[in-house]
Design a protein around this ligand. Structure first.
Ligand code: HEC
Length: 254
């Protein structure tokens, strides 16, 4: 018994020490936002995801790719096929080789994937002091507490406190490990004009783009959660049947 107590005390000490280590580290823990897509019944708010796509397209896509998403996937967040076709056609997509062996460019079609803003990683690094604007397709899953983290990052820029050294082309953001990153604050109020009349504050645009990126990282989330609920209902009914069957069988044996 004594041993058990010791073990318990040791784990409490270890856990609290771990907590303090996080609090003292050079990265602020993300703010907690209540998302539509959280929880067992969570769903992606399609209106918000569509607005978020607009933010990605008009702002983030200047630097970040979205290589795992095809234009036609956008019908899943409520865009019509005609809208998707028209959107795809505004992009120039590399195709080929043709009969002469040359690569060529043509207008995009619905089954094409998003075109990255840079020809390759080196070109991107050359443009940003060696830093690389990562592809955003899986970003929400790639970072711990991804949705809250990206939201906090987008809304968390500020002036560097004394003692934090920023080199050229670096910006202060306490939510980024180390506090200095190569991405200038990408959003400012009214940067986009939403067609549904929603006011485009930095907070709103950040929520919307995170909702869009959550969908992009996990398009199957709603189907997965719905399947989970169906399985639970099935198991509940099955348990009830088994209980009644058990009572019937044992009644005869008694
Ligand atoms: C002017 C170019 C530019 C724009 C516009 C831009 N970013 Fe970035 N972003 C960068 C660069 C460069 C980095 C790499 C920063 C670093 O590693 O220091 C980055 C990094 C990131 C990261 C990764 C942070 C991490 O933990 O590694 C996220 C998330 C991100 N950007 C989201 C966005 C979103 C969302 C938008 C649109 C609202 C956006 N960015 C617009 C240049 C840009």
């Amino acid at each position: 018994m004594k041993k058990l107590h010791l073990l318990f005390a040791a784990s409490v000490v270890a856990l609290t020490a771990g907590g303090y280590a996080f609090a003292n580290s050079d990265q602020m823990p993300p703010r907690k936002i209540e998302w539509h897509f959280d929880g067992v019944f969570g769903r992606v708010d399609k209106q918000a995801a569509q607005r978020g796509f607009q933010v990605y397209k008009e702002v983030c896509s200047a630097c970040h790719g979205l290589s795992r998403i095809a234009f036609r996937n956008l019908t899943e967040i409520g865009f019509s096929e005609a809208e998707v076709k028209a959107l795809a056609a505004t992009y120039q997509v590399k195709d080929g080789p043709n009969d002469a062996g040359d690569m060529f460019e043509r207008p995009g079609i619905a089954s094409d994937y998003f075109v990255p803003p840079f020809a390759n990683e080196q070109a991107a690094r050359a443009a940003y002091n060696g830093a690389y604007p990562p592809d955003l397709s899986l970003m929400i899953k790639a970072r711990p507490d991804g949705a809250n983290y990206v939201y906090s990052l987008l809304t968390g820029y500020g002036t560097a406190p004394a003692g934090v050294h920023l080199s050229d082309g670096q910006y202060y953001n306490p939510y980024f490990p180390g506090g200095a990153l190569a991405m200038p604050a990408p959003l400012s109020d009214d940067q986009v004009t939403y067609s549904d009349g929603t006011k485009a504050t930095v907070d709103q645009m950040s929520r919307d783009v995170v909702t869009f990126l959550q969908w992009a990282a996990e398009p199957e989330m709603e189907a997965r959660k719905q399947m989970g609920i169906k399985v639970l209902i099935y198991l509940a009914i099955f348990t009830a049947f088994m209980y009644v069957a058990k009572r019937n069988i044992w009644k005869k044996i008694h």
